[in-house]
Design a binder for this molecule. Structure first.
Ligand code: ZN
Length: 312
């Protein structure tokens, strides 16, 4: 990675952004999107999910996408999500750099999402840890444990700190290389972000990196990112053009907008290592294939003010 970075951003648009669409984005377009994201300097791209094509047809081409993204090895980290062992085995076969496993803090959300209890899902994570450990050390991917609904749930409503800590502690014990706290439905608020992040940090210690995955459902996405920074978070997921949405709130905004997040961070004096103007160009790749209401972002609407542009 050529640039020194103060904050690490994983671009999740190709995964969390595209999974909600009911139209298939052609493989060639996904590849061009990933190429442009890497070209702009994103250090990690979550390129899709290893789930049955019957469940999420958007990722029917995941093997081809991972194979394409691997051309950028050395410049970016290729990650993919999976909710189960079968998917993790396929991700390992494909040779991803990061396997992103997911468990909901909310029992009701976990049931709705993967039809298993949280406890059964933790057993699944144990099996995935073993499968990853069976890979030779030089090829072994990083195993990220994501905790969905860490800041609220569209089914259960408020999620308690205890429920989040239960999963975080188990992840730490089983051996997650990193833990992501995900505001899956976007109910988080700055004080809640600070409280949960601090509680998880207290509980698991400093050894395991933490990242935040935020959605802008209620317009608090960047405020929540700023709150995360205040309690030590330096790793974020975000999506170009704010791709994504909330499956339980049709029409709601998606992930925090990568472009807007980078602008905020750089203005705060935090280096991201990302070329914002190049990243803005990803919008043109999306426009012909993604319905306009999914494409958001203040910088896209206002343009980067001339007076604030980096003279590079
Ligand atoms: Zn998400």
């Amino acid at each position: 990675m050529p640039n020194r970075r103060d904050v690490f951003i994983c671009e999740t648009g190709p995964r969390d952004g595209l999974q909600i669409l009911d139209t298939f984005v052609p493989t060639e377009v996904k590849c061009r999107l990933i190429d442009a994201i890497v070209e702009a300097g994103l250090p990690e791209v979550e390129v899709g999910s290893f789930v049955p094509a019957k469940v999420v047809p958007q990722f029917a081409d995941i093997d081809a996408i991972v194979a394409h993204a691997q051309r950028h090895r050395g410049r970016t980290i290729v990650s993919a999500l999976t909710p189960n062992l079968k998917g993790a085995e396929n991700a390992l076969k494909a040779g991803v750099d990061v396997v992103n496993f997911v468990i909901s803090a909310s029992e009701a959300h976990n049931q709705a999402n993967v039809r298993r209890t949280v406890s059964e899902q933790l057993d699944g994570f144990r099996a995935v840890r073993a499968a990853v450990d069976a890979v030779s050390a030089d090829k072994r991917p990083h195993l990220l444990g994501a905790i969905s609904t860490s800041f609220g749930c569209s089914i259960a409503g408020r999620v308690s700190e205890k429920e989040v800590l239960r999963v975080a502690t188990a992840y730490a014990e089983i051996g997650a290389d990193e833990i992501a706290l995900a505001d899956t439905v976007g109910y988080g608020t700055p004080p809640l972000i600070k409280a949960i992040v601090s509680a998880v940090r207290r509980e698991i210690g400093n050894r395991i990196p933490l990242r935040l995955h935020l959605h802008d459902t209620l317009g608090l996405g960047l405020a929540n990112a700023a709150a995360g920074l205040e309690v030590g978070i330096r790793r974020f997921d975000a999506a170009v053009s704010g791709l994504g949405g909330c499956p339980f709130a049709p029409g709601a905004r998606g992930n925090i907008v990568t472009e807007d997040l980078i602008f905020m961070l750089e203005e705060m004096g935090l280096k991201t290592g990302i070329d914002l103007e190049k990243l803005m160009a990803t919008r043109a790749i999306l426009v012909p294939h993604v319905a306009a209401h999914y494409l958001t972002g203040h910088l896209h609407e206002a343009g980067i003010p001339k007076a604030l542009r980096k003279s590079a």
